[in-house]
Design a protein around this ligand. Structure first.
Ligand code: SAH
Length: 393
């Protein structure tokens, strides 16, 4: 037995053991029969009959007490173990190099590295260590990442609110080398600036990368990018459309959108600071028409309780966008709310279509790209849903 296995252990209920058997890596506090007596780190987990089930990360303060690392109870969680696990995730992404220099290397539970996120931006990495257990392995993880990627610098964007629930400080810290304030990202022929220290998430929305390239294939005529952030969709649309209006409520984001347009030599993007709800309503009143529309809003449903009011918001923007579509026009509509499940998302679109009075064809469903693996037995690894619709007349 490995060193860790003899030093600390946990005993879990039948229900807890069942979760692992069903392919989900979390065991909640309520299913802990005997918590480990040790500080956060790796522990061996036993069922109620003392049968060893595997090794898990232990978080004493969290509702999610245990996160499965290895179903081999004799595994030793050391630098070599992290190196192997991280290497496998990185290998899966090799094909992405041809189209982009920024993508997710580690998607936490989706890559069997629970509570660990790592995004690559060119020669730099941005990591998020999101549990007390994973923090204990920071040095091993950083060592493996440096060895596997030869990165010039690694930044920890450990500022998400979940860290507080783990009893951890929320902070942004440099772990290795140097990481610039701005990094130029290449993505399917478009260039934009990511801001790893201060930007949303780890500096940009990498999770819509493939969707942006996909919608560009449909883009034509007069285009509208709502919730544009630093213009990510607008830049792709502008290569194919005559004119693009990029809407965002953040002036700072739009200033970067304008700079990104210049960087690509694109002169057909107009940035408008506005509330997208108001803008869509005003355009509808003015009987405007757009040939291509993108709706990529922030998560309206941050909690399950917020779902009902979130659904009203999604319905409203989708209904208005559908009404604004010119005949033959294309709408890309997305949601990144985890609580709005795929069935609810599709139902919302169908209802908006029915209310719009338009004949809309469902062209494509767009889920998560290969760098954000959505594991079927772990619903929490999935959150992005997108649909491409066409106005038939
Ligand atoms: N489409 C972007 C990501 C959008 S993130 C990309 O692919 O990179 C959501 C954006 O919506 C943020 O930039 C935020 O400033 C903006 N936003 C939030 N609420 C808004 C509102 N009511 N109207 C317009 N923009 C809004």
């Amino acid at each position: 037995m490995g060193k860790v296995a003899t030093t600390s252990s946990a005993r879990v209920s039948f229900k807890g053991a069942q979760r692992w058997a069903a392919g989900h890596p979390w065991i909640f506090r309520s299913d802990l029969v005997e918590p480990p007596s040790s500080p956060p780190g790796a522990v061996t987990v036993f069922d109620s009959r003392q049968k060893p089930l595997g090794i898990a990360l232990w978080s004493p303060h969290s509702e999610i007490s245990l996160r499965l690392l290895d179903t081999n109870p004799d595994a030793t969680i050391n630098a070599d173990w992290w190196h192997d696990r991280i290497a496998r995730a990185i290998q899966r992404r090799e094909s992405l190099d041809a189209h982009a220099n920024a993508f997710r290397l580690l998607h936490a539970e989706g890559d069997a590295v629970p509570s660990l996120v790592c995004d690559r931006y060119d020669r730099w990495l941005v990591v998020q260590l999101l549990s007390a257990g994973i923090e204990q392995y920071r040095a091993d993880i950083v060592k493996a990442l440096v060895a596997l990627t030869d990165a010039d610098g690694i930044l920890a964007r450990n500022d998400p609110p979940v860290r507080a629930r783990e009893g951890l400080a929320r902070e942004t810290t440099l772990l290795v080398g140097d990481v610039p304030q701005e990094i130029e990202v290449h993505e399917h022929g478009i260039r934009y600036i990511a801001a790893p220290w201060t930007g949303q998430k780890t500096g940009a929305f990498l999770d819509q990368r493939e969707a942006r390239a996909r919608i560009a294939k449909y883009a034509h005529g007069r285009a509208l990018d709502c919730f544009s952030y630093h213009g990510s969709f607008a830049l792709h649309l502008a290569r194919a459309a005559d004119h693009v209006t990029a809407i965002d409520s953040s002036r700072a984001a739009l200033e970067r959108a304008a700079q990104n347009a210049d960087r690509n030599g694109l002169t057909n993007i107009e940035c408008v600071e506005a509330n997208a709800f108001d803008y869509l309503r005003d355009q509808q009143r003015a009987r405007a028409r757009f040939d291509t529309i993108v709706l990529d809003p922030p998560a309206f449903a941050k909690t399950r309780q917020a779902l009902t009011s979130a659904l009203r918001g999604y319905h409203e923007i989708n209904l208005r966008a559908m009404k604004l579509l010119a005949p033959g026009g294309t709408l890309y509509t997305a949601s990144c709310s985890y609580h709005l499940t795929k069935p609810l998302f599709l139902e919302m679109i169908e209802r908006a279509a029915a209310d719009s009075g338009r004949r809309l064809a469902f062209r494509e469903f767009i889920g998560q790209a290969l760098d954000h693996p959505e594991v079927l037995t772990i619903p929490e690894t999935g959150y992005i849903k997108g649909a491409i619709l066409e106005a038939l007349d």
